[in-house]
Design a protein around this ligand. Sequence first.
Ligand SMILES: [Fe+2]
Length: 198
Amino acid sequence: MAKNVKAAVQKPAPKNAKQVNQKVIGKNENEQKQNENTDNLNTGISASNSAGVAEALNQVLADEFVLYTKTLNFHWNIEGRDFHALHLFLDDQYHQLQIIIDSVAERIRKVGHFATGSMQEFLDAASLKEHAGNASVSEQMIAELASDHDAIIRNTRKLIDEFDEKYGDAGSSDFITGIMKEHEKMAWMLRASVPQAK
Ligand SMILES: [Fe+2]
């Protein structure tokens, strides 16, 4: 290679080791980034307040992902006399949860933070428990899903005031109100589908 061509394709050497380190995004740095206001927002909410909102929303996101996976599991494995109707019903429900998950993750980005996006992080952060093992009867599955929706409703209800009063973020308060209402609707439909599961 001619000397001048070689020089053109070679990347300039970094000025010092500190610059190199800044470009390497390790696990710790990723974790740290979750707590930083990355978009330098100037929307009237302090960096620490938006960090508090993002942390709570990432916890909601983790629970939504566990419930989404559980709803899929039951959609696949449910058995019983009402199999066909419940199979289709749970198809609707997991699609609704998919939309909720996407909107929660995008809300986290809107307040200037990164959304969790790995299964391990979801499992570490979630308060809901996964359902492992074989299928069980439909009444138990529906009751378990309704109970998980109730847990998310209780948590999001608390966040409505917390986002507004503690963090001064009326937008996130309004957003989480909408999420709570979606879960109220889904929980009602679950209970109405299998009244004996109450
Ligand atoms: Fe399916």
